[in-house]
Each structure stands twice: as structure tokens, then as C-alpha cells.
Write a protein that binds this ligand. Sequence first.
Ligand code: 3PY
Ligand code: MG
Length: 248
Amino acid sequence: MSFTTRLRQKDLLLGTMLTLPAPEVAEMVSKCGFDWLFLDGEHSPLAILDWQRLIEATAGRCACVLRVPSQSERDIKQALDIGADGIIVPRVNSAEEARAVVERAKYPPRGIRGVGLARAQGYGLEFGEYMAAANNRTAVIVQAEHVDAIGEIDAIAQVDGIDAVFIGPYDLSASMGKIGEVDAPDVVAAIDEVTQACRRHDVTLGFFGLDAASVEPWIARGYSLICAGVDAGFVTAGASAIVQALRK
Ligand code: 3PY
Ligand code: MG
């Protein structure tokens, strides 16, 4: 079953975030049992070819979803053409933006995605198969991560073609003047508004946290697209633990 089908039916999908320009890290993490990997093209210094190399290194063991650096037609098209299973689009604050994102991710007549012969299309060898399935198989995930999105969330959640709404707790807290205070009561209340709207419109919910403990309460609330941890954090936590153990 495709990642997007599982996403739409709200299977629990466990993922982690990749930010490091090393296909070996993607290879290692893809062997750890995650359902999907969140490739962060927004905050990492990686370029589109780096992401392609990372996706190749996962060898189909996990779905790979690329967070595009912007909502632009170009970024969305390139992410899908390298073979990402879907896109996560940062800071989508209105239904109008959400509709534009869906159009950029779908081929005509549904949308305006340009037709390429890249890795996703098997360099042309799998063109027909890919074209027949792409609009349905491509996951379109928008982030609710600004206070402006909260007032619009009912309309955003109703946009046809949105497969999930993914909370960005850090940016959301920043937009509320509480940078990093992801557990502040008003930040949690804003997230609850998103939760309620997505439940009303039967839209899958996603959440990011730095570790397992920070996402568990959200899994309990029915969030199913989960990203916990960041590759760089695995390295720094492991290295710091050695130093702490030996410098007692
Ligand atoms: C945020 O917390 O702002 C995020 O975008 C997490 O993915
Ligand atoms: Mg963010």
C-alpha cells in the first residue's frame, strides 16, 4: 500500500528528520524501522541533487517526503521529479495558498505540474505508469505553523487535495511571541484548534517533536503522521552522552 494511502487512512506513520548531506546517514536511518523520512529542504543547506542522492540511499525502505524550501512551483516540481513520495510545504496560511500548492503538485487537468522525464518517471522508462498514478500517489502536506493559519484552518482543512496538515510547533510558538515554548498553554490551545478543524473535516494530522516523549501526547490525541528527532541530534546526543559518562 502506498505511503499516501496509509497517510489518508490515518495509519500511524513514524518518521524522523534528515538534515545532513550524507547518503550514508539516510541509508542507516532507513534501516531502523521508520515508515517515512522527513527530508528538510527548508532549514538544511542541502540542494535538490543532494536530496536525490539521499532518496536513492534509502532504496525504497522508507517513504521520503521532502519539505520544500518554499511554496514555489519550481521547488514543488523538483521535489516530486527527484522521486519524493510527497511534499511538506512550510507556512501555509490560507486556503488560497493551500489550493495553489495542490495545483503545483498535480498534473493537468487537475493542476499545473510541469511534465519532466526525471528520476520519478524512471528517466522516461516508466513514464506512462508514473503519469497514471502520480496525482493520486503524491502526498500533499501543508504546515500549520503561524498564528495567521489558525484563523484560516477550517478553510485550509477543506481544500481538496490536502492529504495532511502538519503542525510546526516551533514556528507557531514564534509567531505567537513565545519562541520555543511549544508547551505554553496558548500555543497548545492554538494547536487544539487545528486538531478540531482537521477532525471535523477528516484530515490527517501530523506533528514534529525533538524526541519520542514530545510526540507521544499528540499520538494519544490522534495525530498519525509523526516526525520525532533529527539526524544531527542523534549524533550530538550520542557524543554528549559519552563525554558526560566519562567526565563524572
Ligand atoms: C516547526 O516546528 O516550525 C517545524 O516546522 C517542525 O517541522
Ligand atoms: Mg517550521
